[in-house]
Ligand binder design. Sequence first.
Ligand SMILES: *Cc1c(COP(=O)(O)O)cnc(C)c1O
Length: 260
Amino acid sequence: MQQLEAERADEARREELRSSLKAVRARISAAVSASGRTEAPQLIVVTKYFPASDVLALTELGVSDVGENREQEAGPKAHAVAEAGAHPRWHFIGQLQSNKASRVLRFASEVHSVDRGSLVSALDRATRRRAEEAESSGAPTPEPLGCYLQVDLRDAADRQAAAGPSRGGAGPADLARLADQVAATPWLALRGLMAVAPLGEEPRAAFDRLAALSSVLTADHPEAGEISAGMSSDLEAAVAAGATRLRIGSDVLGRRPALG
Ligand SMILES: *Cc1c(COP(=O)(O)O)cnc(C)c1O
């Protein structure tokens, strides 16, 4: 009896995810058409606060990329999902302490929150060590870790006054130096830029600044043209401004129990 109820609950959750995912995909398609773009951005479903069973259900619904923002939560979740036989690409999108770099490497293929030189150094050391260990044990050579530089899009005055909590990110003036630092490492691959729209501003204006910074970056690093921007509330603005990666959580999975 209890098992039957559990199966019904599972099935109900799966239906819920199927329909919310369908609605989000429809919004993305509409935004792509409206902006006259030909290529759709890649959808990363942000599964933070939700269980491994939801990630499994999403992979069955065709989701290939998932995002998480806390290493302590994501590590075990990624492990459980792999044990169940599913292998989505994991994107780490949260603020990252340098001493957690090697833990994040265990599951993530991409880190969207690279925002300071000390973190690049830590990721460089961790990926070198991983490559050396693979080589000495005869394991397959690991893929380089994809890196996005996270930009703080608040204007300089707001940054100075620290108006509101920082949501992470390097100032625009630091991007060139960070990009060169990533590009000089053997096992980090510079993918592009990431940002969260600042509070209290039209997201479109902020995402247009991000696109302009991306053009500057790709002049020196043509391989780094990805733009990770757009969440549930502002995906249309991000698509219009040229985002190539969308990070969508609540509109697929539902409201999170707490802020995050
Ligand atoms: C949680 C989170 C998202 C997803 O936000 P939603 O509003 O739930 O779509 C995207 N990016 C980052 C960095 C996040 O922390």
